[in-house]
Design a protein around this ligand. Structure first.
Ligand SMILES: [Zn+2]
Ligand SMILES: [Zn+2]
Length: 362
């Protein structure tokens, strides 16, 4: 079994430690990917701090890109050497949700094979979020990868696997936004900036960012917002209604804050939809007024990972990036080595919306 270097979590809240682990060969339906870049997502940090529970020891990391280095039995459509994006979206292909084109909410995401990682003392190590990508290599299910064109920069590609598809997909897939419609994006962070890009790509008329500081609103404008409202101002939805004359067709909530969820329906036009993306702590409750939703024909829907089908959606996003119509490089704040991962995590916690990327080929 090959030994790989990985950043492992042995206690919630403690720094990750760089250790050598054993990675078993890919089994039926799996591939081994030698990683070149992995971005740090806020979900990795929440897990490593113990916010959502889980078993330890574990390797986090789920926004990655690299090249296929081995194929398990029965894998078709991919070859050793192919550049790919690695995602956490594992799907069985046959459950009712997969069968209707919604693999992000597959009902059987565990798969048959279990973790591919063990410590040298024989202890099983959890591949968190089906990935375990804070590592030199991963063994994952083939449903989790999408092919990249040769020459695509791996740092930019790694961002496609989570924050970008979640934000862009919330607008183009979940909200089904059409050209000329009005959008509000609450939260101009990592996912929010990508929802704003999605709205621009979809041809939205007004794209209004709502956030806590003028600085965030200025960044939102760089990514395509046409308007900005401070969440701290008095009833900002009134300004939105005045500007649009009717309210928004879609309100994308990209932060896990209850005040954001409480205010979201107030921005809606008749017939509009709130798309729920940001994840508050378990048990937190938001409120809304059912009579308004009923009378105005409004709705609220949840969206996980942008409702994407990776083999359908990643290729067009790559094309738009290469044409200069989807910003990826601008989302990267810094590049780090694997042995600097704790510094990179600290920077992500203290910093703004942009991503820190670990480059594994350095
Ligand atoms: Zn993520
Ligand atoms: Zn399924």
């Amino acid at each position: 079994m090959p030994r790989i270097k990985a950043a492992i979590c042995r206690a919630f809240g403690a720094p990750l430690s760089i250790e050598e682990l054993d990675l078993r060969a890919p089994l039926a339906g799996e591939v081994e990917v030698t990683l070149e870049a992995v971005a740090i997502c806020h979900s990795d940090i929440s897990y490593a701090e113990g916010a959502w529970g889980g078993t330890l020891p574990a390797v986090y990391g789920h926004e990655a890109a690299g090249r296929i280095s081995a194929l398990g039995a029965g894998v078709t459509g991919f070859a050793v050497g192919d550049p790919v994006v690695v995602t956490l979206i594992r799907s069985c292909g046959t459950c009712p949700n997969c069968a209707t084109g919604r693999p992000t909410i597959c009902e059987d995401q565990t798969g048959p094979h279990g973790s591919a990682l063990t410590a040298p003392d024989g202890t099983e190590v959890v591949q968190a979020m089906n990935c375990g990508a804070f590592a030199e290599r991963v063994v994952i299910d083939t449903s989790q990868i999408a092919k990249l064109p040769e020459g695509m920069a791996m740092d930019a590609a790694s961002l496609l696997s989570c924050g970008v598809i979640t934000g862009v997909g919330a607008v183009v897939n979940a909200a089904g936004l059409r050209a000329g419609q009005d959008v509000v994006v609450i939260g101009a962070g990592g996912v929010g900036l990508n929802a704003i890009q999605g709205a621009r790509i979809a041809g939205a008329r007004r794209i209004t960012a709502v956030d806590m500081t003028e600085e965030k609103l200025a960044i939102a404008r760089d990514f395509g917002a046409t308007d900005g409202l401070l969440a701290t101002s008095d009833k900002p939805w009134k300004a939105l209604r005045k500007a649009t004359g009717r309210g928004a067709d879609a309100v994308i909530v990209t932060v896990g804050a209850i005040p954001a969820y409480d205010s979201a329906p107030l921005y809606l036009a008749a017939g509009g939809r709130v798309v729920m993306v940001g994840m508050p702590p378990s048990g937190a409750q938001a409120s809304y007024e059912p009579v308004v939703s009923a009378f105005m024909g409004q709705g609220m829907i949840g969206s996980k990972m942008g409702d994407v089908v990776i083999s359908r959606d990643i290729p067009w996003m790559v094309d738009l990036y290469q044409q200069g119509r989807l910003k990826l490089d601008e989302l990267i704040s810094a590049r780090w080595r694997l042995d600097q991962i704790n510094e990179a995590i600290a920077d992500t916690k203290s910093g703004g919306a942009r991503r820190n990327v670990i480059m594994l080929t350095r």
